[in-house]
Design a protein around this ligand. Structure first.
Ligand code: GNR
Ligand code: NI
Length: 164
C-alpha cells in the first residue's frame, strides 16, 4: 500500500488522454489499492488514474460518501487536483457506464445524483479534461493564477524549512 502524489492544476500532465487497460492483473489491482488509499486519505469521493500520473482508463469511487440526490443536475464540483476551488458544472442527470471490475468482469453501472456527477468527472480526467475547463476563460485564468501562486509559496516554505 502506498500514498500516491496527486497532480495539481495547471500541471499539463492532467491533459494526457488515458489508454484502455489491456489486462486486469496484479499490477492493476495494486494500483487500485494505492488509488483507494490516496482517495480516502485526501477525503475525495473519486479519483482518476490521470490524477496520480498513470494514463490508463482507471477510476476509483468512494462508495461510502456517494448518495442519491436525484433532482440535482447542476451542482458545485470540486477536485483533488484543483484544491480549494468549487464551482457549478452542468452534467447529464443520469449515466450508464460500462467498466471492468477488479476481477476483469464487465459490468454496467447505472447512476444518477452525485454518483452520476462523480463518474462523469472521473471520465473527463481520463480524457485529459479538468472540471474548471467548463468555466469561463476569465474564471480559469483566475484559478490558474491562484494555484500557481499557492504552489510557489508552498515550495518556498518547504525550502525555508529545510534550510532552518
Ligand atoms: O472529492 C471530490 N468531490 C467531488 C464533488 C463534486 C463533484 C465531483 C467531485 S470529484 C472529487 C474528487 C476528484 O477530484 N476526483 O477526480
Ligand atoms: Ni477530479
Amino acid at each position: 500500500m502506498a500514498l500516491l502524489p496527486i497532480l495539481v492544476y495547471p500541471d499539463p500532465k492532467l491533459h494526457t488522454v488515458a489508454k484502455p487497460v489491456a489486462q486486469v492483473d496484479e499490477r492493476i489491482r495494486t494500483l487500485l489499492d494505492d488509488m483507494f488509499e490516496t482517495m480516502y486519505e485526501a477525503n475525495g469521493i473519486g479519483l482518476a488514474a490521470t490524477q496520480v500520473d498513470v494514463h490508463e482508463r482507471l477510476v476509483v469511487i468512494n462508495p461510502e460518501i456517494v448518495w442519491a440526490s436525484e433532482e440535482r443536475v447542476r451542482g458545485d464540483e470540486g477536485c483533488l487536483s484543483v484544491p480549494g476551488i468549487y464551482d457549478g458544472v452542468e452534467r447529464a442527470a443520469q449515466v450508464h457506464v460500462r467498466a471492468l471490475d477488479e476481477q476483469g468482469n464487465s459490468r454496467v453501472i447505472e447512476a444518477d445524483g452525485l454518483l452520476a456527477v462523480c463518474l462523469q468527472h472521473e471520465m473527463d480526467h481520463l480524457a485529459g479534461q479538468v472540471f474548471v475547463e467548463y468555466l469561463s476563460p476569465l474564471k480559469q485564468g483566475r484559478i490558474k493564477t491562484k494555484l500557481v501562486k499557492a504552489q510557489r509559496e508552498a515550495e518556498r516554505e518547504q525550502k525555508s524549512r529545510q534550510s532552518a
